[in-house]
Design a protein around this ligand. Structure first.
Ligand SMILES: Nc1ncnc2c1ncn2[C@@H]1O[C@H](COP(=O)(O)OP(=O)(O)O)[C@@H](O)[C@H]1O
Ligand SMILES: [Mg+2]
Length: 330
């Protein structure tokens, strides 16, 4: 893996000026700043002529003035990860890292991803959309008695609650609807949790996440020091190949390119289910993508260069999703 990646890595001297776009105005500003600065240092360490830009409202003018050859997007959440910045960079004619407009926007919308994956036969937990007229006991019953309530377009586990009763379901909907008017109740998945990083069309080694908390919530993600990250993940080689293949299929089916990270869980039946695709995953030095890259022998700095190298590569763009190919044949 590491040697494959080294072959496609850029010549730092040839790449020209790179601007790392970070900060921004979403709820994930702090995480973005930390990841952006880490990427900036990583690129500079590799000899890339890299500058950082904390994206305020006038970021487009500032970026134009810096005249970069490429842009490394390290903005998370709305306005940065959802296709808006990607569209602006398209119209400025600047190559950028990661997924393009459509895939970025789609991946940000958990409801449409799940509808799409169900349509093409990829496993994702059954769900029901909630609104003030929902029949709470009936919703919970049809999801099997326990559910995860989540806003469709948030990250960092914000606004999410596990529910085991109809009254909890209504209260959880009220919490989630403060983040997004579109709220999902998803069947509770009781098995282990995994994440698969994808860089330049390849799935890296799977990481297993373990927490003593009810789920991998904001506390477990950013604050608790007892969250465990296992890589190797403990799955048999065959099961790990299966989860990597599913992650890659979910990622490619949305049209993602460059890099990303797919979150998955095991259900009570032992099968894997896709939770979501992150198109700009965290990149602090203790984030999950750098952890998976390290397991492949790739340093943080090499990983940053590898992600950068994909930003004007057409390899991921021309790749047809397997599932789409199957549909076309039938
Ligand atoms: N259906 C589910 N059953 C059990 N746990 C879930 C379910 N959906 C999400 N979770 C838990 O919530 C966390 C965050 O969910 P996820 O869909 O990945 O949203 P986010 O964008 O906030 O990361 C997951 O990492 C997992 O621990
Ligand atoms: Mg997640």
């Amino acid at each position: 893996m590491a040697s494959d990646m080294n072959r496609s890595a850029l010549d730092a001297d040839q790449v020209g000026r790179v601007v790392v776009l970070y900060g921004g105005w979403s709820g994930e500003r702090e995480v973005s700043l930390a990841g952006g600065v880490a990427v900036l240092k990583g690129l500079q360490k590799a000899g890339v002529d890299a500058l950082g830009l904390d994206a305020g409202q006038d970021w487009m003018e500032q970026l134009r003035a810096l005249a970069p050859a490429r842009v490394f997007i390290m903005l998370h959440g709305s306005g940065g990860e959802d296709g808006v910045v990607q569209g602006a960079l398209e119209s400025m004619g600047l190559p950028y890292t990661g997924s393009s407009v459509l895939a970025s926007a789609l991946a940000m919308d958990k409801m449409r991803c799940k509808q799409f994956w169900s349509g093409i036969g990829l496993p994702t937990a059954p769900f029901i959309l909630l609104n003030k007229h929902s029949d709470w006991p009936q919703v919970l019953k049809s999801l099997g008695g326990s559910a995860m309530v989540k806003p469709a377009s948030e990250g960092s586990s914000l606004g999410m609650t596990k529910v085991d009763s109809a009254s909890e379901l209504k209260a959880a909907w009220q919490i989630a609807s403060q983040y997004d008017s579109c709220v999902l109740a998803e069947q509770w998945l009781s098995g282990a949790e995994y994440t698969v990083a994808i860089v330049n069309g390849k799935a890296l080694r799977t990481i297993k996440l373990e927490t003593e908390r009810t789920f991998y919530d904001y506390q477990a993600k950013y604050i608790a020091d007892d969250t465990r990250y296992l890589c190797p993940c403990g799955l048999s080689a065959e099961r790990e190949a299966a989860i990597q293949a599913l992650a890659l299929e979910a990622y490619q089916s949305l049209g993602c390119r460059g890099w990303g990270r797919v979150d998955l869980m095991e259900g009570a039946d032992g099968e894997f289910y896709v939770l979501e695709v992150n198109t700009v995953p965290g990149m602090t030095d203790h984030s999950l993508v750098p952890m998976a890259a390290a397991a492949e022998g790739l340093s943080f700095s090499q990983l940053a260069v590898e992600i950068l190298s994909a930003c004007n590569s057409s390899s991921d763009l021309t790749q047809q999703p397997e599932t789409a190919a199957v549909e076309q044949k039938s």
